[in-house]
Design a protein around this ligand. Structure first.
Ligand code: AHG
Ligand code: MN
Ligand code: MN
Length: 338
């Protein structure tokens, strides 16, 4: 019988190699595992229970309608990390401002940022959704409350990041800086098993993921790259397949395994794109880099961007290295023409 490793075993076996290796990050990952299980169980009921589906009737600070599951997932992740004291502060797509935890401020060396429910428009139609998280060391002195500078660190300072995908099976995929590992949840026993060790994204893929309905609002360079994806060329395996779920976690996960590029570019309406740098782009950029891929805003490495506000947005080009580089060439040409 092949040896199987649970997430719990993996954390214990590897904690010596985690950054700072004092067991705190291990306990934090265990909190995330617990929250993921609770949210997963609620999501599985979404077709049955009216209390879970639909809007709450409120909007978040970015003016987006909040779904009941957005609010629920945010609450569960917040409570799971508040009740252990490794985290001194948290920021979330669903919160107006960051939260400095009273308990964690004395002992917590970590900051957590999250998109608790990614792909909320897919909840009511039984399509894969996810949770994204990003972890940093605090900058503020231990004993004081977390402050805004703790949260506005560039993505290159992350010590861990990951996501949960609630799909045909539920998976927790994360990295602590030594590659990316994927754990699949077995709901019959409530355990995550290591199913995808050391994930590497192929340098080339056959999939492009972009909301092409916005084609006319894209810049000339992005339009030309989309046209390039559709051209016939057997040497480069084109035309590529267009796949767009509308949950970044799900689009990202598929492209990570199979190879591909996911793009959310600037549009005329949203010159900084739609996705949030701190909750969505930085953690995915950290993972893709660990998996051998690339993430840029079209020009610069996402991980090098210095955030200036919590809910900041950025265009995103992420996935297989050669595909992202090719897309960037089109943006460069566009610059030289204009
Ligand atoms: P969220 O549900 O957290 O607001 O994120 C939705 C994001 C992302 O997951 C997805 O890829 C993208 O928005 C879809 O946007 P469009 O509908 O504009 O394509
Ligand atoms: Mn999202
Ligand atoms: Mn969200």
């Amino acid at each position: 019988m092949p040896r199987i490793t649970t997430l719990g075993e993996y954390i214990v076996q590897n904690q010596q190699s985690f950054p700072y290796a004092k067991g705190e990050l291990s306990r934090l990952l265990s909190s995330i595992r617990l929250a993921a299980k609770i949210v997963n169980s609620e999501i599985n009921k979404a077709g049955l229970v009216d209390e879970i589906m639909g809007d709450v009737g409120t909007t978040n600070v970015q003016g987006e309608d909040q779904k009941k599951l957005d609010v629920y997932a945010n609450h569960i992740f917040k409570e799971a990390i508040r009740r252990r004291f490794e985290v001194c502060g948290m920021a979330s797509e669903e919160e107006d401002d960051f939260i400095a935890f009273d308990g964690g401020c004395k002992t917590g060396n970590y900051i957590l940022l999250t998109d608790p429910l990614d792909g909320s428009s897919n909840i009511d139609v039984n399509v894969s959704i996810g949770t994204i998280f990003s972890i940093y060391r605090r900058l503020s002195p231990i004993g004081e409350f977390a402050n805004i500078d703790d949260f506005l660190q560039p993505g290159s300072e992350q010590v861990a990041a990951g996501y949960v995908i609630y799909g045909s099976s539920t998976m927790l995929v994360f990295s602590t800086g030594q590659g990316v590992n994927g754990f699949t949840f077995d709901p019959s026993v409530g355990v995550f098993y290591l199913s995808h060790p050391d994930i590497k994204i192929p340098d080339n893929g056959k999939i492009y993921s972009i909301n092409e309905g916005n084609y006319r609002a894209f810049s000339e360079g992005v339009r030309q790259y989309v046209d390039y994806c559709k051209e016939s060329d057997s040497a480069t395996n084109r035309p590529y397949s267009g796949r767009y779920i509308g949950s970044m976690v799900a689009d990202f996960h598929r492209n990570l395994i199979k190879g591909g590029i996911y793009i959310y570019p600037a549009t005329k309406k949203n010159p900084k794109g739609k996705l949030r740098l701190l909750y969505e782009c930085n953690p995915m950029a950290y993972l893709i880099k660990e998996a051998g891929g690339l993430a840029t805003d079209g020009h610069r490495d996402i991980l090098d961007l210095k955030p200036s506000e919590l809910h900041e947005r950025t265009p995103l080009f992420i996935g297989s290295k050669n595909m992202v580089e090719k897309a960037m060439e089109f943006l460069k040409q566009e610059e030289t023409v204009s």
